[in-house]
Design a protein around this ligand. Sequence first.
Ligand SMILES: [Zn+2]
Length: 231
Amino acid sequence: MIPWIQDVIDLTIPHTCASCRARITRQPAGLCVNCINKIEVLVNGCDHKLTQRLGKRKTQIARAFALMYFEQHGVTQHLIHKIKYHNGEHLARYWGRYLGSLLQSLGVYSDVKLSLLIPVPMHKRRERRRGYNAPLHITYGIQEVVGDKALVCNSVLTRVKHSKSQTTADFNQRYQRLTGSFCACPLPAKPDIIIIVDDVMTSTSTIGHCAEALRTVFSNDIHAVALAFTA
Ligand SMILES: [Zn+2]
């Protein structure tokens, strides 16, 4: 895009911080500097609770990572909300790049020649209503950083069951409700690892069911990443 066109867009359509609504100019993070500083980051992309939750069920996931803690009514909730519901494709991609850098710095890619990046799919009906699937755009951001070692694959995993909002259900209820929600098709390549990508990881039950479905077509390590994690 010609630079002056961007200036005109910035002047006519002012950008606001996704959390405090302060006016911001050309801030691809979608947040003002004050709000960015309030984000609580997971050291090394993981913590004790996340590891514990993964081990709780036989979810068959080797490792899971997230960038930040999900804080109710806080900056992270506002950011994720914008990414999910307000044409947040660009934001999703921007923050996805950070996830890509995180995976690289943690050595996930050190012995890997090819990985498949698989976004948690949305049911077709919901995707039509919302217009896009945020995890897919986070996945594009990761791929931008990782390059040839990552192949974005949006067609392997399908959501076959439309599930209602899970916010009030406990871990067991969530897990039960999601049974049979996903199915996997044969892989288009032979990757060393698969990485499942989501926006928020709550009970790990969604990721667990995705991994279970993928186990029917893949036997090596499956990892999971998300922008935020509910501690
Ligand atoms: Zn702000």
